[in-house]
Design a binder for this molecule. Sequence first.
Ligand code: AMP
Length: 191
Amino acid sequence: MRLILMGPPGAGKGTQARYVAARFGIPPISTGDIFRANVSSGTELGVEAKRFMDAGEYVPDELTNKMVRNRIDEPDAEPGFLLDGYPRTLAQVEELDGMIKFTGHSLDAVVVLRVNEEELVQRLLQRAKTEGRADDTEEVIRRRQEIYAEQTEPLIDVYRDRNLLIEVDGEGDVDEVTERIFHALEAVPQS
Ligand code: AMP
C-alpha cells in the first residue's frame, strides 16, 4: 500500500499517520519528523533545514526530495509506506512519481483531512503549550498556513484529477477520524 496523508498544519496528520500505517503494516514517513530528528542531532541537513522550519517556510525541494528518496529506498518501505507531509509542492509530486515508478509500483490513494481554519489555529496553539515546537508561535503558524494554501493546496486538484483523492472530515475525536479513514481506505484496491 502506498499512501499519502495530506492536510493543513494542525489537521492531525502525524497522529493519524501512525494509526493508519500500523493498520496496513507499512512505515509512516514524516518529513517533518525526519527534519526535526536531524535538527536535534545537529546534522548538516538539520542545520540547513532549521532556518526554513523556524520561519514556517518550506525546506527547498532539492534537500527534501533527496531525503525522501533515501528513506523510501530503505528495506522496510519496500512493501509500501504512508507519507505524512510529503509531497507539499508540485515539484515534489513529480519527483515522487519518479521514485514510485522506479520501484514498479503505483500510488494507491491520497487522503486529505479537512478541518476548518479556526479549529486549526486553536489546535496548533494548544500543541504549542504541550509540545513546545519552535514553529508553533502564532506568527509562524499563520505563515505555515499561507504557504500551505499557496503551495500545497493545488496538489489536491492534481490527485483528484488522477482519481486518487479521498477527502475525510478531520474534525471530532481522534478515534472517530481514524475510523473514517479506515472506512474510506477499505474501498481502495491494494497494489
Ligand atoms: P510538519 O511537521 O509536517 O508540519 O513539518 C514541519 C516543517 O518541516 C515544515 O513547516 C517545513 O519547514 C518542513 N517540511 C516538512 N515537510 C516538508 C516538505 N515536504 N517540503 C518542504 N518542507 C517540509
